[in-house]
Write a new protein. Sequence first.
Length: 581
Amino acid sequence: MLELHGIPVSPGVAIGPALVLNREGYRIPNCQVALEDIEEETQRLRRAVDAVSRSLESSRMETAAIAGDSTGDIFAAQLQMLHDPRLHAELQRRIRQGNQSAAYAVSQVLHRYASDLRKLENSLLAQRADDVVDIEQQLLEQLGAVTRRPLSELVEPVIVLTHNLTPSETANLDRRYVRGFCTEIGGPGGHMAIVAKGLELPAVVGIGDFLQTVRGTAQVIVDGDRGIVILDPDDETLRRYEEGRERRNNLALRLAELRDLPAITTDGVSVALSANIEFPHEVAACLERGAAGIGLYRTEFLYLASDEEPSEEDHYLAYREVVEAMHGRPVVIRTLDLGADKMGSRPVSEPEPNPFLGLRSIRLSLKSPELFRPQLRALLRAAVHGDVRVMFPLVTTLSELRQSKLLLNTIAEDLAEEGVPHRRDIPIGMMVEVPAAVLMLDRFVKEVDFLSIGTNDLVQYTLAVDRSNECVADLYQSSDPAVLRLIRRCVDVAAEANVPLSICGEMSSTPARSLLLVGMGVRSLSVSPNALPKLKKAIRSVSLAQCEEIAARAMTLEAARDIDLYLLERLGKIAPELIVS
């Protein structure tokens, strides 16, 4: 048995036989084309481009039907790459002037494009190299230069182990047979990861060189929750995972019965449970699991899933889709949280030495009105279709909040003058994500309608720990006493000012910590859709007095580990079925 660790990009556990796909390793020879055959070679290239174009359009439509239009738009971006006039001009020049074969020209040009992208400092842009490689492979296949991987020929369930998967390969995985996959390279922000999440395939990426060690591997476990891949598990490990899967399935069926019931403690205290989403198609899962609303609608997907900045209409249509689908339930739309590790198609003028402390979130939006204004216009327009609220991220100073509110009001006046339907009286909130905002919260609460604590960044900035840095990952602890004290202050200040407060970070996604937060006075939590049933079960199993007792005890402990162990111990007594080893 061999246990490997990587980056979890799509949750769930998959068990099955291994299908090992080796690296492509192909090399296209430089075959010179005779003068009399050049015209036919250009026609071969044109036919190949047309065939790949039809294939990408088919992938776009099929993926959109399964995982939503935003995920399908990944292939729209590839189509745009495929039809780039500059690409075709260079290919034609190589064939007509350099007498190169179409296959050799494609291999040389697209290989260079992909290589240049991988050299970029911006990791998200570098990951776009996979899209270029995908197009190259498809063109070479149509030109008869390479043979496609056997993923379309599966007849039995497998776990795919490979160096990498392109977006189209991921989208075309037959979910009847592919139970999950793991790759040597890749990251959580790449298109492969986005597609995997949309298809709900358990996946672990970025494992490093491991294919050489898997010869003869028969059985594989992909733990997409923890980022673990187990090769040839022993009988005990296999039994444990299979029993765990059976327990999760049974628990999910029982928890589904709570969908239409309120999240209310045994002594009648109500807790609002909302959902965090990135894509419009996720609304279905939110409603299926009984979400009271959308507590955090991350809007960056419009940028990260496309090679072009979205227009005002793109924003409006995406927001309207979510708002209408929620049928009057509140939808909190967070304005762009770009920057740091997320930039989409927007070029970085100069690499920042420390992007998490640099031009990101509301700072970037305020410095880029051409980026910010279309979003705010679309947001106000979409508000006529339901209960829409706007939330500004990473607010650190009063000046940032006031500038944002002023711009929103100015845009509302512009829309009124243009006669464009909109709502200008929408609630305005801010995310509390930095200690400075916590310390100044008594001033901020006078100028907002609601607050939302983003614990992911609050933990990072409070403990000075980069949450994406594996070298200090053990120091990133949501239950650290310093973090709990900051949350306590937020709750107290918000309660005194009678301003609603929610928590939308990952900290609130675990049942044990949710009881702690309720005991601290939090009455609204927003989590990933799949976490909603467990939180509702935990809250309906406990009284407010018990939660307050839990919080009081936790606040006396001096280390995050001690706090988490205590919370798990209490949850085990209150709702033992929610404890997962």
